[in-house]
Design a protein around this ligand. Structure first.
Ligand code: GLA
Length: 750
């Protein structure tokens, strides 16, 4: 990495000197610039850090007039120091700490040897460098080349307890993305208990925003919730040890009037897969503090002398032109700078999973049958789901016993995989490594290997307990079992499932002062094993899943380029779930399978809904009629042609299913040469709607062609086969309503 730290040039801004991060020594202002956004904060004479601005690009560095340091708030403690008289309760603090006259949500809190919790963050020095350092043990965005990202580290300390605090910022030079994190080190003379360390906080100068979050439950994940901010705290969180079905760790703060293509929008995605908190506090002065990080609930981390703690990263995006631009920026950074490995860019196979077709009731013959039918339809991989190991014939046993049940897998795993390969399909396998069934060989041998509190009942969920991934010996054992299976045959894909949340969190290994660390150590353990998998099997395609979409987060994307969205595969419901996820996850990452969950819908409608993401199948193809089978076969090959645009193009959400019974989105290739429009009417008898496309080249002529038609059927759309300018398509749009011929249409424009 090339360092260009001290001395710093003065009064320069990005457009003049192409430096994405500068420190103006005279004004004592740090200014961070992406192509269209600016983020700035100030070092006061008393060495406090005050936030100045985050929003659309500005050239000035001298923005200190934006400092708000009121000094005469009645009844609010105030200080008189190098800054003059001021009150922290009213100031925009860059990294707020607890117990020192700022009464709002702090980022940091601790307990020192005297049991005191006050702490502070005084500026000391900084470094600016090209590139981006890895976050030890944690997933995070990365720079493909050093010139893609510039990073800033601001070194701070609390002289009262010796704590060294490093505020970490990275600026993406071609994307409107700034990442933040923080690391603390105990540089003092006594141990410290860290009670809270949020990753970032951003102070906004108004309260006139809405907060968008993605809530849900099992089988109804990632529905969109949007509410105006009100005075006080409003947040979403998880204290379940996983991101959760209930709330995602992404939030957006947007103008009241913001739409897909209008208004200021701030997006915050936490790159973490455990308990989290994300929200805002609107204070009495009508300012908003946004925060995000590990949930302080039940969190504590013991820092012995010299020990460090690294908080996870928050990916921040600002868009001055609506929610759509914000989403597209998230999609770009996740595709280019978060997912990794062989499968990041190359064509990924269309897979069929046996779960919905067989549940636990399968054997080698049944699987080979599925593989044969799938091969004929052009499907490229068979995934063997839950039930191949131990004596597992329902969900009541055998998790932890990762050896093949040869009563079902007759002839052994290698035989099955070889036969599947001979049919021209790749082979993938399901694991749930983080779990243990009380009815298992492993539990008999090691009843203390699950997360538990000695003496207390162990509350089961789906008849299983959580294996203690905070323990290295336990992790090593489980990994050893997985390694054996994966190296015993040509297995090219793993579905890593996680089907319950954590409770009675404790173990018999860590000392009392470290028991509360288990929550985070567990998540680090999951990351460590997934990293080992990818290191030992670099060609492996990993897909994460957690009882459906309970851990669909940016942290998991660092390890697996695709994630299972939800166990709910009813295409009507999927439209809402996929719309919600698309607020910040790219289509490429969203696994979506055609199943029999809603047989009242046509196979075409189901396939069209899934084709708008990462298409796959979880269905007995033999249950389809000859016509439906032909359709699927054709749709698989159509998908292959559309995939580059869907996977690597830009998404435009056109008509929201949340506002009517209609959903329309289009993808446009980055060079604007091709587009794909998905028009899905979830419910019967929709009003006649014209869909205006977006993101096209206005001067280009596009030929419109309807695809994914039932065999022998011709398009009834009047636009089929016609040519239109991009300008026309975006201003006038296309009429895509044909009530008699089904309720979904897929159109290719090229
Ligand atoms: C979870 C997953 C499903 C399936 C089952 C198997 O529910 O989300 O896709 O793998 O587990 O038990």
């Amino acid at each position: 990495m090339l360092y260009y730290s001290y001395p710093k040039p003065e009064n320069q801004h990005q457009r003049g000197n192409e430096m994405p991060i500068i420190y103006d020594e005279k004004k004592r202002v740090f200014k961070l610039d992406t192509p269209n956004t600016t983020y700035a904060f100030h070092v006061t004479n008393s060495n406090h850090l005050l936030h100045l601005y985050y929003g659309a690009s500005i050239p000035e560095t001298d923005i200190t007039h934006m400092l708000r340091i009121p000094n005469d708030e009645p009844f609010v403690p105030s200080t008189h120091d190098g800054m003059g008289p001021h009150s922290f309760d009213c100031a925009a603090i860059e990294f707020p700490t607890s117990g020192v006259a700022d009464f709002r949500e702090p980022c940091m809190q601790l307990m020192d040897k005297y049991g005191m919790s006050a702490c502070e963050c005084y500026y000391d020095s900084y470094a600016i460098y090209k590139g981006k350092k890895k976050l030890e043990g944690l997933p995070a965005t990365y720079a493909n080349t050093d010139d893609e990202v510039t990073s800033l580290e601001v070194y701070c300390k609390d002289p009262h307890n010796g704590l060294e605090i490093t505020l970490q910022y990275s600026v993406f030079e071609k994307l409107d993305v700034i990442t933040r994190s923080v690391k603390v080190k105990n540089g003092g003379a006594d141990p410290i208990e860290l009670r809270r360390l949020l990753s970032a906080c951003v102070e906004l100068d108004s309260k006139d925003y809405d907060m968008i979050t993605l809530y849900g439950t099992w089988a109804r994940e990632r529905h969109v919730q949007r509410n105006p901010l009100h005075f006080g705290k409003q947040l979403v969180d998880s204290c379940r040890g996983a991101t959760s079905h209930a709330h995602n760790n992404f939030i957006a703060i947007v103008d009241h009037k913001a739409t897909e293509d209008y208004g200021d929008c701030y997006g915050f995605a936490l790159c973490y897969s455990g308990s989290f908190v994300a929200g805002c506090e609107v204070n009495q002065y009508e300012k908003t503090r946004v925060f995000s990080g590990i949930n302080p609930y039940d969190f504590s981390w013991h820092l012995d002398l010299g020990e460090e703690f690294q908080a996870p990263e928050v990916i921040m995006v600002f868009s001055a032109s609506g929610i759509g631009t914000m989403s597209r920026t998230f999609h770009d950074v996740m595709r280019n700078n978060l997912t990794r490995g062989k499968w990041k860019d190359i064509r990924r196979p269309i897979l069929i999973n046996n779960w919905e077709a067989t549940y636990f009731n399968f054997d080698t013959d049944k699987l080979l049958d599925i593989a044969r039918e799938s091969a004929k339809a052009g499907i490229e991989m068979l995934v063997m789901d839950d039930g191949w190991f131990g004596h597992r014939n329902d969900d009541k046993s055998s998790l932890g016993d990762w050896f093949v049940n040869e009563d079902k897998i007759k002839g052994g795993l290698k035989h099955l995989v070889d036969e599947v390969n001979k049919l021209g399909l790749k082979f993938g396998i399901w694991f749930e490594p983080e779990m243990i069934s009380p009815d298992s060989e492993l539990y008999k041998a090691h009843p203390d290997w699950c997360i538990h509190i000695p003496g207390r009942p162990r509350t089961p969920c789906r008849s299983q307990l959580v294996i203690d991934f905070s323990r290295k010996d336990v992790r090593d054992y489980i990994y050893g079992q997985m390694y054996k299976i994966l190296s015993s045959a040509n297995i090219e894909y793993v579905k890593w499932d996680m089907n319950r949340q954590l409770c009675e969190v404790g173990n018999e290994v860590l000392p009392p002062e470290r028991q509360r660390e288990i929550w985070h150590r567990y998540v680090l353990g999951v990351y460590e094993i997934q990293e080992r998998l990818l290191t030992d099997f670099p060609d492996l395609l990993l897909e994460n899943c957690a009882g459906g979409g309970s851990r669909f987060d940016a942290g998991m994307l660092y390890y697996s380029p695709q994630i299972w969205c939800s166990d709910d595969t009813d295409p009507y419901e999927r439209i809402y779930i996929q719309w919600g996820l698309s607020k910040f996850f790219p289509a490429k990452t969203m696994s979506s399978h055609v199943t029999n969950w809603n047989r009242n819908t046509s196979v075409k409608f189901r396939t069209d809904a899934c084709s708008s993401c990462k298409l796959g199948f979880d269905i007995d193809l033999k249950s389809l009629s000859a016509e439906e089978y032909q359709f699927v076969k054709q749709a698989v090959s159509n998908y292959d042609l559309m995939k580059p645009v869907i996977f690597d193009g830009d998404l435009y959400r056109l008509v929201s299913p949340y506002e009517g019974n209609h959903c329309a989105i289009n993808y446009v290739s980055k060079d604007h040469q091709r587009a794909v429009l998905f028009d899905l009417h979830p419910r019967y008898m929709e009003p006649l709607t014209t869909v205006r496309l977006q993101g096209l080249d206005p001067d280009r002529t596009y030929t419109v062609r309807e695809t994914n038609l039932m065999p022998g059927k011709k398009s009834e759309l009047t636009c089929d086969g016609k040519q239109y300018s991009g300008d026309y398509l975006m201003k006038v749009g296309l009429s895509v309503f044909t009530p008699r011929t089904g309720n979904s249409h897929v159109l290719i424009l090229e």
